[in-house]
Design a binder for this molecule. Structure first.
Ligand SMILES: NC(=O)c1ccc[n+]([C@@H]2O[C@H](COP(=O)([O-])OP(=O)(O)OC[C@H]3O[C@@H](n4cnc5c(N)ncnc54)[C@H](O)[C@@H]3O)[C@@H](O)[C@H]2O)c1
Length: 395
């Protein structure tokens, strides 16, 4: 499925499964994305499905997947339902796009890879953080060699969810933190840096090691919700994972949804001749002729337009600002999936990206449960990770 091209679909019929918080946002966004239309929606809650007007509405995802008007099944359910729906959709001949994290276990990652290869259907991950304006620009700088050779990168999901947990609001996600150790949400941090490092495009994730804190705030949140003492809360407040690539580069990945640290995706690229950092404030450092120059504020604002991402045409950038969704990155993500399907082009993120970014959840748990021992990362491309030279967009 590397660089896979499917038959062009001039007007993509989207079938959206999961009309919760995220799915409802997508329902209002997708009709504004050129080249597609919302063909059908589905939710197990009949009242949610019934609220959709003007499109077919289902309570059984199998009926949506079998609907001939649907070309792309867009999955926004809770994590436990992503993979069965995606597998069924691909068997029905549909392309699939899955919210993050698309898969939670190694078996799920392999199942999606094998299904995509067998059915020759796209199976992409809806990783919106790859379309943030700073990450897009830094990726372009990396692609053009502005940082020299990248040697290290960092990514994170620091997002205090204390006020969001609740029985009717992401209770399932707190329950997963209660029952399982590991980096449960690795892809916002890992996706953008894997693109910059060209993972499975000349390098591959080889080994990881994880370490976590004890659970401190997690059990307290659960106690406050349920009124009783939670037995055996598993996940630490903070999980750190270090990954070494086949070519000897490193990634530091962090997960913290429990402490009052301000929102931060930790994004950093470190190269032999430069550095980029998004948080707490954006800055770039470039070295030339033995001297380093740090770009911040106005200087950074004049440097970055020289590295504008090739996917950001002026009209698409303007539309992303109007439609929005996390400052436009949600729109850009949808736009790129649909544009590539319209033109029969390879998608920006293939099923191997999905598997590499998502497998960290189970691999970090295995490392943690074995005293932080190193764990091998599978090669989901089965030996083809070195065929393509670097990340690129199909335009
Ligand atoms: N990329 C981002 O920035 C971002 C932000 C928020 C959430 N998310 C992801 O989006 C997904 C959804 O999150 P949410 O907060 O909207 O969850 P949610 O619990 O609000 O919504 C999930 C919906 O899926 C429905 N559902 C569950 N199983 C189903 C099935 N088998 N068939 C049909 N419908 C089913 C539920 O009834 C519910 O309406 C998660 O994967 C989450 O991690 C991503």
């Amino acid at each position: 499925m590397l660089q896979f091209r499917a038959e062009p679909i001039p007007d993509v019929g989207v079938g959206l499964v999961g009309l919760g918080r995220r799915g409802t946002e997508a329902v209002s966004r997708l009709p504004k994305v050129p080249g597609c239309h919302l063909a059908a929606v589905c939710d197990v809650r009949p009242e949610a499905a019934a609220a959709a007007s003007g499109v077919s509405a289902y309570t059984d995802y199998r009926a949506l997947c079998e609907d001939p008007a649907v070309d792309l099944v867009y999955i926004c359910t809770d994590w436990g339902h992503h993979v069965p729906i995606a597998l069924y959709a691909m068997d029905c001949g549909k392309h699939v796009a899955i919210e993050v994290p698309s898969a939670q276990t190694l078996d799920e990652c392999w199942a999606l890879v094998k299904a995509s290869e067998r059915t020759r259907r796209h199976c992409t991950i809806l990783e919106n953080c790859c379309y943030d304006s700073f990450e897009l620009t830094a990726l372009e700088m990396a692609r053009r060699g502005a940082f020299g050779q990248l040697v290290h990168a960092e990514g994170a999901y620091h997002h205090n969810l204390e006020n969001r947990w609740g029985p009717d609001n992401m209770g399932w996600r707190l329950e997963l933190n209660r029952s399982q150790r590991g980096d449960l949400y690795p892809t916002h941090g890992l996706g953008p840096v894997c693109q910059a490092l060209g993972i499975h495009r000349g390098d591959r994730l080889a080994t990881l090691v994880s370490m976590d804190t004890a659970p401190f705030n997690g059990p307290r949140f659960l106690r406050e919700q349920t009124g009783s003492e939670p037995a055996g809360f598993q996940n630490g407040d903070l999980t750190m994972t270090m990954i070494r690539t086949q070519k000897g580069r490193t990634i530091l990945l962090q997960h913290d949804v429990m402490t009052p640290r301000p929102y931060d995706r930790g994004y950093q690229l470190v190269g032999t001749a430069g550095f980029a950092q998004k948080y707490p404030s954006e800055r770039v450092c470039l070295s030339a002729d033995g001297a380093e120059r740090v770009y911040e504020g106005d200087e950074l604002a004049s440097l970055l337009p020289g590295y504008r991402s090739p996917i950001l045409t002026p009209s698409i950038e303007a539309l992303s600002k109007t439609v929005g969704g996390h400052d436009g990155m949600d729109f850009l993500m949808d736009y790129r999936v649909i544009y590539c399907l319209n033109h029969g082009l390879p998608l920006d993120m293939d099923v191997y990206d999905l598997a590499e970014w998502c497998c960290v959840t189970e691999l970090s748990r295995i490392s943690l449960e074995n005293g932080s021992r190193p764990v091998e990362v599978p090669d989901f491309t089965s030996g083809a990770w070195n065929i393509i030279d670097g990340f690129s967009y199909a335009l």
